[in-house]
Write a protein that binds this ligand. Sequence first.
Ligand SMILES: [Zn+2]
Length: 255
Amino acid sequence: MESTVAQKLDAIYNLQQIDSKLDAIVKVRGALPEEVQDLEDEIAGYETRLDKFQKEIESYEEDIKNLKESIKDSEKLIKKYQDQQMNVRNNREYDAITKELELQDLEIQVAKKKIAEAGVKIDQKKLDLDDLKAVMDDRQKDLDLKKNELSTIVAESEAEEAKLKADREKAIKKVEDRLYKSYEKIRANARNGLAVVMVKRGACGGCFNTVPPQRQADIREKKKLIVCEHCGRILAGVEDEIVEEKPKKKRTAKA
Ligand SMILES: [Zn+2]
């Protein structure tokens, strides 16, 4: 059964309306998973940094442990040299041991200085660690909120999406294959997903270029398929009445 141009146009316009609603659902959802992902990446980055801080603290603590060991070694040497100094045979031996003692004393002083420095660094790292943990807690709260929001939105639109998909299956059956193929092709190339539009206020509803009055009259007649000469979209009809359009829902930016 051959359908009329008017029927073809009705069928393809119906499909377009269903697809536009599906696009809107995907669009709303589309931003949130990305935001959730961004936050998860950010938190993972902080965890890596946290790990690094902890390893740095451990490394300074290890340094301190080793320095304390070397101080003990120096102290043992000092004790040994002092004993030796009691039994020297001449001044030269005495002086040589004195130099060794001075050297070990210096080693101890250097080690103590390094221990103090490492202690300062550990304190600083611990402060950084606390700051980082505070930021992480904050981000984690954001993430929990977004995840909640996402699951709510998905839950809200799941039923609608399923119904639209079922409607789409029915709508496709009323569209001829060849027309469906060009529809899909135009839609794929159109940024707003619109392949079939109405003429609104004398302009193409897809690209907003003016449609000349004679062409509008032809579109109104629905005797043949007419596409916009600027964007190639199928022009399904002419909207006459000036209806105040509801502004499209925009996702409000949250502070
Ligand atoms: Zn156009």
